[in-house]
Design a protein. Structure first.
Length: 221
């Protein structure tokens, strides 16, 4: 991945010296089996606790499609959510609990390409509005992992203005494991939550699309 954003160099390599990232990089493993209606977001180690529980909602007009809870189950506080817009490739991302409008903020994430290879969202970081792009990738990957040329669920998050790579998701589809998200930009908790809920939403929407394409059978985690 690229180094954290720099005002002096916007043409950085996608794969910098890993030692430069060790102090700020956060790594989350995304887990889901075929029989679960939720994702577990766990730290990089198998003994690490589950940090977030991402509930998936089907066939509900009144609830978001993704509800992100802090902690290991849906009894934890809701910290983010996402709605999949009907008859559209766009999304509505929420920071906070959608049932608490006074303390939540909605942002649009829009599909920018016909083949769903790029998505765009904005958010406020302090007093500044910033624009970010999720892009499919076959070159950038989480440190220590390889990108499968057969998977369409590998993404990198870039700053639209500078082109710096701020996060990357590498798909690893097994019975339980979906992939690994690495965030390198140190922009605070709200940014991390937005990256996390948008990444899970892209993955889940692609999973549902593949499931429909397979006639509703299987589809994998």
């Amino acid at each position: 991945m690229s180094s954290p954003p720099s005002s002096t160099n916007s043409n950085q390599s996608d794969q910098p010296d890993p030692t430069q990232l060790a102090s700020i990089s956060r790594i989350y493993n995304l887990h889901k089996t075929c029989f679960q209606r939720h994702y577990e977001v766990q730290g990089p180690g198998p003994e690490d606790p589950v940090h977030f529980h991402a509930e998936t909602v089907l066939l509900s007009r009144h609830k978001p499609d993704i509800i992100l809870h802090a902690g290991a189950d849906k009894n934890g506080a809701v910290v983010a959510a996402c709605k999949f817009l009907k008859f559209s490739g766009d999304y509505k991302l929420c920071l906070g609990d959608p049932d608490d409008p006074a303390n939540s903020q909605w942002e649009d994430m829009t599909k920018e390409t016909f083949r769903a290879s790029q998505y765009r969202f904005e958010m406020s970081l302090g007093e500044e509005r910033r624009v970010f792009l999720w892009k499919r990738t076959r070159n950038v990957h989480v440190e220590g992992l390889n990108v499968s040329a057969l998977s369409s669920r590998n993404y990198k998050l870039v700053d639209e203005r500078t082109g710096d790579v701020l996060a990357v998701f590498t798909s690893q589809r097994t019975y339980r494991n979906c992939g690994t998200l690495q965030i390198t930009a140190n922009y605070g908790q709200r940014f991390d939550l937005m990256v996390l809920v948008s990444c899970i939403s892209l993955y889940e929407k692609a999973r549902r699309r593949n499931r429909r394409g397979n006639g509703g059978g299987g589809g994998g985690p």
